[in-house]
Write a protein that binds this ligand. Structure first.
Ligand code: MG
Ligand code: MG
Length: 267
């Protein structure tokens, strides 16, 4: 069942989304060769609790940590560990937080030092595809319009679009209806209405779209072991149009990047 949010609830969800956004900003300035993903996880947990929120993933379905951290060929759901990062790695970091009974859910794929040009391009195109999808998230459109736009954009670049994992409605639970696949057909699926809040999150592979799961029961990785990228925003439909609740502003501030990519979706 889809639960549409009131304007007041959307403002509460903006607080949740801002907390995960700020947390990724803190993580951004810590990522460098030699650092472990467990270190990043500890910093994220402290930061979320300092802001008065609760880590959203910790304990959910028995997940053991605050962040899902998925390097290189790992797609999502990687478990933080004590292996130091190396120059040339990429690192998908997914962060959830709960405050005022609402969840935020936000992900960014970071570069560790200098990465291969083809991997850099994968990150760029995956992030662009997120905004291509968000642009279709408006009153009158349907779930399939978002999925179609993301799939077309990524497949036109020769990339693999993961099928088994999808975006989702967001609210008082982390995963609400509707599911938001990163593939689909135009004009198909549930129609979007005012007050709908979703997480859109393309998971895009350099090679095959096919994935495998490690025996830890969590980690998803590409079948061909080529890199995978993941970017995720929380978005509400306000006045018929997509409005970002999360932001990469804090990440960009930490990394010294200027960007106008979010401007058309700001409040
Ligand atoms: Mg997420
Ligand atoms: Mg999500």
């Amino acid at each position: 069942m889809i639960k549409l949010k009131s304007p007041e609830e959307i403002e509460l969800m903006r607080i949740s989304a801002q907390i995960v956004s700020k947390t990724l900003g803190v993580i951004a300035s810590e990522i460098k060769p030699g650092v472990t993903t467990l270190h990043l996880d500890k910093i994220a947990e402290e930061h979320i609790r300092d802001l008065g929120a609760i880590p959203g993933f910790l304990g959910m379905y028995d997940f053991p940590n605050t962040l899902c951290i998925s390097p290189n060929a790992q797609v999502v759901h990687g478990i933080p560990n004590d292996t130091p990062l190396e120059n040339g790695d990429i690192l998908s970091v997914d962060c959830g937080a709960l405050i005022n009974n609402f969840y935020g859910d936000h992900a960014y794929t970071f570069e560790v030092g200098d990465i291969a040009p083809e991997t850099k391009k994968l990150l760029q195109v995956t992030k662009e595809s997120l905004y291509v999808g968000i642009r279709e998230f408006k009153v009158g459109n349907r779930v399939g319009d978002v999925g179609y736009a993301i799939q077309k954009y990524c497949e036109d670049h020769g990339y693999g679009v993961v099928r088994e994992l999808v975006g989702h409605g967001l609210g008082k639970t982390m995963h609400e209806d509707p599911q938001m696949p990163n593939y689909g057909k135009r004009g198909r699926g549930k129609k979007f209405k005012e007050g709908l809040v979703v997480a859109i999150e393309p998971m895009i592979n350099l090679g095959t779209h096919k994935i495998q799961q490690l025996r830890d029961g969590w980690t998803i990785l590409t079948q061909d072991r080529q890199p995978s990228a993941h970017f995720e925003h929380d978005i509400a439909i306000v006045d018929g149009k997509p409005q970002l609740l999360s932001t990469f502003d804090y990440v960009y501030e930490a990394l010294g990047i200027t960007s106008t990519e979010e401007d058309e979706f700001r409040k």
